[in-house]
Ligand binder design. Structure first.
Ligand code: SPQ
Length: 428
């Protein structure tokens, strides 16, 4: 576990960053490349640890994948080309890998076992395994199937209609991936719209999917065809620099090639509602839309964030909490219980770590209350092995008065391996 002193008390951030590939889309580019027939090429693939875990799992399922830097080529042979693995599939720290793979493996007539790191071992899996069991897969795991290790013997699936008890793109995606291998039709009914990258990928790979409001339907037995995937920059990574630019004095940052899928842009809505000086330029339509973002030092006001916007910014709540410390007035975050089952309990870790820096912030059952106009002091903080907490604390340090030491800094490479290089480029 590495501990580092962070850059503090910065007087400006200036420059331009090309945001690395989207994590959710990079995972799916490998998965869809593997289950499609023919060759898939991927550009701007994210080389974060999580996406490399996805590649390693599919290689163990017999899929030939070449990857060099941000380019990947997958030689897919369809669902039936996946082979029984002779080793356990290790997803590392990646919830997306394990949950989406469960959907794929649910339809495969062979035995496989999935494991992950300590954090994965605490994340709930019955939200995925329960609907997959009703499609007909045989799945078991520790604590009645709730936790890893999880074993799957798949095959002979029948389509179902399933109402999601939680707003989760991972659960929706797992059911759709199983549904593609099931007899008949599979319908997922969402409670709130979650990120729709899986739906877009199905179409991009030549499949059909119907989306009618919160109802998503796929027919089983479709053939997907290999294609090219241009991964946009990750708005969840851009969020750290959007907030840094807004809260550090004398700043102007240009963020290039950011994914602007409307199911992910809650952070932009929040920044605008809080009064940030944010501009979107060079918007481009594609299977995943993109644009460039320009953020300048801003005067902010506190707001309440709740309801259907929450799934559109769920991964940005740690950095939004920091943003709110610099706003005029109180910010309240509600309806965000899902934060408790991420890489860490992100309500507790955000509140405790920011308190260590002298911030006045309180946790609630489903979110937090953050007081504005605060001066941050300094201290020793920890990522607790959670990449988003680590990056939020590194941005917090920029406005701290005294030394800040960050423990377990290496977690950041899960989603943003060159985060510190990019931050450094804005300081010089
Ligand atoms: O992959 P993992 O570990 O679950 O990653 C996180 C993150 O912060 O990077 C969550 F901890 O993102 C999830 C996100 O919260 C990625 C994701 C996806 O790609 O489908 C969906 C969201 O999770 P969920 O549980 O709401 O479906």
């Amino acid at each position: 576990m590495k501990t580092t002193s962070l850059q503090i008390n910065v007087d400006k951030l200036q420059g331009q960053i090309v945001i690395p590939g989207d994590k959710s889309i990079s995972h799916r580019s490998i998965m869809f490349g593997a289950i499609a027939n023919g060759t898939t090429t991927v550009s701007n693939f994210l080389t974060g640890d999580d996406c490399l875990s996805t590649i390693s799992c599919f290689r163990k399922l017999g899929v030939e994948i070449e990857q060099e830097g941000d380019k990947a080529t997958i030689y897919g042979k369809g669902f039936s080309g996946l082979q029984e693995p002779s080793e356990v599939l290790d997803v590392g720290n990646s919830g997306t890998t394990i949950r989406l793979m469960l959907g794929i493996l649910a339809g495969r007539p062979f035995f496989s076992t999935l494991i992950g790191d300590q954090s994965i071992g605490k994340r709930p899996m019955t939200r995925v395994t329960k609907p997959l069991l009703s499609l007909g897969a045989k799945i078991d795991g520790r604590n009645d199937g709730e936790y890893t290790p999880i074993s799957v013997r798949g095959g002979n699936l029948e389509g179902i209609e399933y109402e999601l008890p939680v707003a989760s793109a991972q659960v929706k995606s797992a059911i759709l991936l199983a549904g593609l291998q099931a007899k008949g039709e599979t319908t997922v009914l969402e409670s709130s719209k979650t990120r729709d990258h899986t739906e877009r990928m199905i179409r991009h790979f030549g499949g059909e999917i119907q989306v009618d409001g919160l109802a998503v339907k796929v027919q089983g037995g479709q053939e997907l065809k290999g294609t090219h995937v241009q991964v946009p920059g990750d708005i969840s990574s851009a969020a750290f620099f959007l907030v840094a630019g807004a809260i550090v004095s004398n700043s102007e940052i240009i963020l290039k090639n950011v994914g602007l899928n409307p199911t992910r842009t809650g952070i932009i809505d929040v920044l605008k509602e809080m009064g940030a000086d944010l501009q979107i330029v060079n918007e481009k339509a594609a299977f995943e839309p993109t644009g460039d973002l320009i953020i300048k030092t801003s005067s902010l006001k506190g707001i309440t964030i709740e309801g259907s916007i929450i799934p559109r910014l769920i991964d940005e709540i740690p950095i939004i909490a920091l943003l709110a410390t610099q706003a005029d007035g109180v910010t309240i975050i509600k309806d965000a219980e899902e934060l408790k089952v991420k890489e860490t309990n992100r309500i507790d870790t955000v509140v405790h770590e920011l308190q260590k820096l002298g911030v006045k912030i309180e946790s609630t059952n489903d979110g937090m209350i953050i007081y504005g106009n605060q001066e941050l002091t300094g201290g020793t903080v920890s990522s607790h092995g959670d990449h988003r907490i680590g990056m939020m604390l590194a941005v917090a340090a920029l406005i701290c008065e005294k030394e800040v030491r960050l423990e377990n800094i290496e977690a950041i490479s899960v989603s943003y391996p060159n985060f510190f290089e990019h931050l450094q480029s804005l300081l010089s």
